[in-house]
Design a protein around this ligand. Structure first.
Ligand code: PLP
Length: 330
């Protein structure tokens, strides 16, 4: 038997994240801009919610016992979220990752006690996702009593993320007019759209993806920032009531991160920078004084050696965008 009672306190610290009014950006853009601080989850990302819900439901449904080995593919935050939950519950975990994972994340996963498998075979688009998923399949076959949490299609992933929307509504006391959501598995987007539909909210949800990702079609190309984008289509139905989607080049995601840091002193990851960039791109289509919410999906401390390191940015992405370029887009 897995003793869940023992860890109630720590598990309860996931979710109910704060929302912050971004005064400087609000004034600059003539809107009311809010940030839902998913970076303040204990594992410092929105993936804490998915990890907790997937594992607890699998225990309840008898898919996991105390001897089960959990296997998952992730390039970062899901790996951290799952490794924390598995450590808490005393479960074995194998994380299948790729070389794009940053050192900090890799060290964290190991500190939390997960075993790490690094794949190094790229597909024709330059992505490691297919190789990671092949490795998960192989491990499932070869390890008795193994289980994959499969964030790519597990309904308990989007189910957990519904709460992000209900918490935003509770904090604001009303529905936001616009909500930006960055995508990879699209679990977050699916959960939020389901909740928007369920509550009949007027909120316009805008999906933010990376140039080079094929979630919304187009051609795959090499990407370096973990967290956002995918080289396969989503297995979740995300087209019911999605207002718009936008693709952001990685250099603009970096510029968005720097803008958020300069204007609001929030240190966030690339997928959050992409939302800021998306907002500047779309600002002329947003009514003045509209309430707009972005989701700070993870904490920027993970990216001090990458997004916040000019040499890395120049080497991987080319010449850095001037922050002012973003302000000019709108
Ligand atoms: C930082 C960050 N932003 C956005 C996402 C996208 O979330 P989802 O997989 O629910 O689409 C992820 C997923 O890992 C992430 O780590």
């Amino acid at each position: 038997m897995i003793e869940k009672k023992r860890i109630d306190g720590v598990l309860d610290s996931i979710g109910k994240t704060p929302i912050i009014y971004l005064k400087n950006l609000s004034e600059e853009l003539s809107i009311r801009l809010y940030a839902k601080m998913e970076s303040q989850n204990p594992g410092k990302s929105l993936k804490d919610r998915s990890s907790k819900n997937i594992i607890l439901k699998a225990i309840d449904e008898g898919e996991i016992d105390k001897d089960t080995t959990i296997i998952e593919s992730s390039s970062g935050n899901m790996a951290i979220g799952l490794s924390r939950i598995c450590k808490l519950l005393g479960l074995k975990l194998i994380m299948v990752v790729d070389p794009n994972i940053n050192h900090h994340t890799l060290n964290l996963i190991r500190v939390y006690g997960a075993k790490v498998e690094i794949v190094d075979k790229k597909d024709h688009s330059g992505s490691y996702l297919k190789a990671r998923l092949e490795t998960v399949k192989m491990l499932l076959k070869s390890i008795p009593n193994s289980y994959t949490s499969n964030q790519y299609s597990n309904p308990n992933n989007p189910e957990a993320q519904k709460e992000i929307f209900s918490e935003i509504v509770t904090s604001l006391g009303t529905y936001p007019d616009y909500l930006f959501v960055s995508v990879s598995t699209c679990g977050t987007l699916k959960g939020i759209l389901d909740e928007v539909n369920h509550t009949n909210a007027h909120t316009k949800v805008i999906a933010v993806d990376a140039v080079g990702s094929i979630i919304f079609g187009g051609n795959a190309s090499t990407r370096y920032l973990p967290g956002m984008g995918a080289s396969k289509h989503t297995e979740f139905d995300i087209y019911n009531n999605l207002h718009a989607h936008i693709l952001i080049p990685e250099l603009d995601s970096v510029a968005g991160c720097k803008l958020l840091l300069e204007k609001e002193c929030i240190l966030a990851g690339g997928s959050t920078g992409a939302q800021v960039s998306a907002l500047y791109n779309l600002i002329e289509k947003i009514e003045s004084n509209a309430s707009v919410c972005i989701i700070v999906a993870d904490d920027g401390e993970r990216y001090l050696d990458t997004i916040y390191n000019e040499d890395w940015v120049q080497q991987k992405l080319g010449l850095e965008n001037d922050m002012d370029d973003l302000s000019l887009v709108g």
